[in-house]
Design a protein around this ligand. Structure first.
Ligand SMILES: [Fe+2]
Length: 337
């Protein structure tokens, strides 16, 4: 396995880049905007293809690298489903699975630091964001944080994992790098030996100043402005009703299999996860190159925008995308299978 922990010193943020092997697909967790060139260099040195970039929550102390990475690599972006962000490709719920080549990642909802906080579990490791630090935890006094919820996330979710699970936190301020569930259960003095009420009492009286970069970071992270779709005029964008009226077009679903299993798909659509689209277009025998017209769709319309921009760049003509994705399709009462 390829595993790299990056440290960004201004906000003391950890970023993780993981792949099964060299030349495989890669995932990045909590990238920092100013550090994107470092990640790209590492990806290049190991011949990795970044397919998924995900944050553990909307950060208040740094700008996310998700948007810049998406512009450059066309990766799928992910947040917890409660994140107040626009332009996110996949909004994750507890129990969702993210699959990249050779690796499956389980999504754990661990709210409390913020209401949208999630942790990621894979292969004996848990990436806890700001829910759990080494001998500490994230504050709970802004962004809809809730100390009681955080206690429950620690008690019922993270500390239910096996004791030898390696904890990779979102930050460290003292030069540490990782811990384990077993050690933190005993030595995390905020939590260990405390009742829920005692934990709330501690968290509600920390009286911390706001993070230095909060005023610029939060609006940036909510907007993730990477100019996605700005090159597309209205002729490329269809409503769900317009898609239904064009049955001769090939309908291509750019989501992952896990999402299809959970949410269904539109009848007669072909699944090509976004990461595989470029290869499909490059294959002259692929049906996408023989269709009279192509309509892309995904969960919310973000991946289909990326796919459309890619298809146009690669020379496909008569391509469009369905605005709002299957989410809007279902909200209109239209059938899925
Ligand atoms: Fe945070």
């Amino acid at each position: 396995m390829i595993f790299q922990q990056f440290f960004e010193p201004v906000s003391s943020t950890f970023t993780y880049l993981i792949a099964k092997s060299r030349s495989a697909e890669a995932v990045i967790i909590d990238p920092v905007l100013e550090e994107v060139d470092r990640y790209l260099k590492f990806l290049g040195e190991n011949n990795l293809k970044l397919v998924t970039a995900m944050d553990t929550h909307v950060h208040a102390d740094h700008k996310t690298g998700l948007g810049k990475l998406r512009s450059i690599t066309r990766c799928m972006t992910c947040y917890g489903h409660k994140a107040q962000t626009s332009l996110v490709a996949r909004r994750l719920k507890h129990g969702d699975k993210i699959t990249i080549e050779g690796i499956t990642i389980d999504v754990l909802e661990t709210p409390g630091h913020t209401d949208d906080s999630i942790s990621y579990y894979m292969e004996g490791m848990v990436f806890t964001g700001d829910a759990l630090f080494i001998r500490g935890n994230g504050r709970t006094d802004f962004q809809n944080g809730d100390a009681g919820e955080l206690f429950d996330s620690l008690n019922d979710i993270i500390f239910e994992l096996p004791n030898n699970t390696i904890v990779w936190p979102g930050h460290d301020y003292k030069g540490e790098h990782c811990s384990t569930v077993g050690v933190e259960k005993v030595e995390n003095t905020r939590y260990s030996g405390k009742s829920r009420a005692e934990f709330i009492e501690i968290m509600d009286n920390l009286n911390l100043p706001n993070p230095k970069q909060m005023d610029e970071s939060v609006p940036y992270n909510i907007g993730i402005s990477d100019h996605l779709g700005e090159s597309l005029n209205d002729e490329y964008i269809l409503s769900c009703d317009e898609v239904e009226a064009l049955p001769s077009y090939m309908l291509i679903d750019l989501r992952d299999q896990d999402e299809v299993n959970k949410d269904g798909a539109i009848a007669n659509s072909i699944l090509i996860p976004l990461r595989d689209l470029e290869d499909a277009i490059a294959n002259t025998e692929h049906p996408i190159n023989k269709a009279q017209g192509v309509i892309f769709y995904c969960a919310h319309g973000e991946r289909s925008t990326i796919g459309l921009e890619l298809a146009i760049e690669k020379g496909l003509t008569n391509v469009k995308h369905m605005s709002g994705g299957i989410n809007v399709w279902k909200s209109l009462g239209k059938d899925v299978m």
